[in-house]
Ligand binder design. Sequence first.
Ligand SMILES: NC(=O)c1ccc[n+]([C@@H]2O[C@H](COP(=O)([O-])OP(=O)(O)OC[C@H]3O[C@@H](n4cnc5c(N)ncnc54)[C@H](OP(=O)(O)O)[C@@H]3O)[C@@H](O)[C@H]2O)c1
Length: 248
Amino acid sequence: MRQVPRNAVVTGASSGIGAAVAHRLAHNGCTLLLVGRDRARLDAVAARTGGRPVLADLREPAGIGAVCDAADGWVELLVHGAGVGAAGPLADTPADVIDELLAVNLVAPVQLTRALLPTLRAAHGHVVFVASVAAIGVAHEAAYSATKAGLRGFADALRVESDIGVTTVLPGAVETPYYERRGQPYHRRFPRPVGAERVAAALVDAVRRNRAEVFVPRWLTVGARVHGAAPALFAHLSRRMDRREQLN
Ligand SMILES: NC(=O)c1ccc[n+]([C@@H]2O[C@H](COP(=O)([O-])OP(=O)(O)OC[C@H]3O[C@@H](n4cnc5c(N)ncnc54)[C@H](OP(=O)(O)O)[C@@H]3O)[C@@H](O)[C@H]2O)c1
């Protein structure tokens, strides 16, 4: 198993999964650049991890530029933890919400990875994408699912074409402010939410083992296998489950 990288850029470090990843990396002696928009929450994570805060809105080219300037010359690990959610039927999803999902969840990680690739390559580095089990398609989260499937495809291509390590983390439900922020609480009976620390532990372990993908909890891999082998059967089972959830 490899050592934990000596330094890392973590986006979404001001909250939830990104903050938990920052804590775990710091605990393992990693020096951090912590990226987010909320100064107070970012400063609180910085105080506990010794990391350096970088205020950046990743929807903006200037935000991507600010991260690159701060990271210049040293990135062994890049963790894309920033993300936003949205739930509801596609027809009821406002166009600007879809724009934001695409900008934060997909365009920003692609652009930031591209910009930091020379540095990552020079360091024989590693990039981690926090996607979601929604990458295999979750009803009432169509636009969100598209961003996560896009991220997974990007990671798959990058893993083949570049010589850096590439890991995709695909959590189910995680107890973070994510649901409050998207304006709709988590209502499904399963998968049951896990703590952000569990995702962080799986993420760091996957980097050390250079794993291509990790689902959290791990049993969610079964759904991905059915989806890959028999997409029509997967859609049929998902529809039945979804109807049952709607009745409860
Ligand atoms: N929670 C879940 O159940 C779950 C499940 C599967 C996958 N995920 C994925 O995990 C990732 C982290 O989610 P979380 O649960 O940790 O949510 P969270 O607690 O709401 O954290 C989201 C983070 O993204 C940052 N962010 C949002 N918009 C940004 C922007 N425009 N520019 C820069 N940073 C921005 C936030 O920073 P500021 O607050 O500073 O703006 C915050 O640090 C997301 O990609 C999410 O899709 C979450």
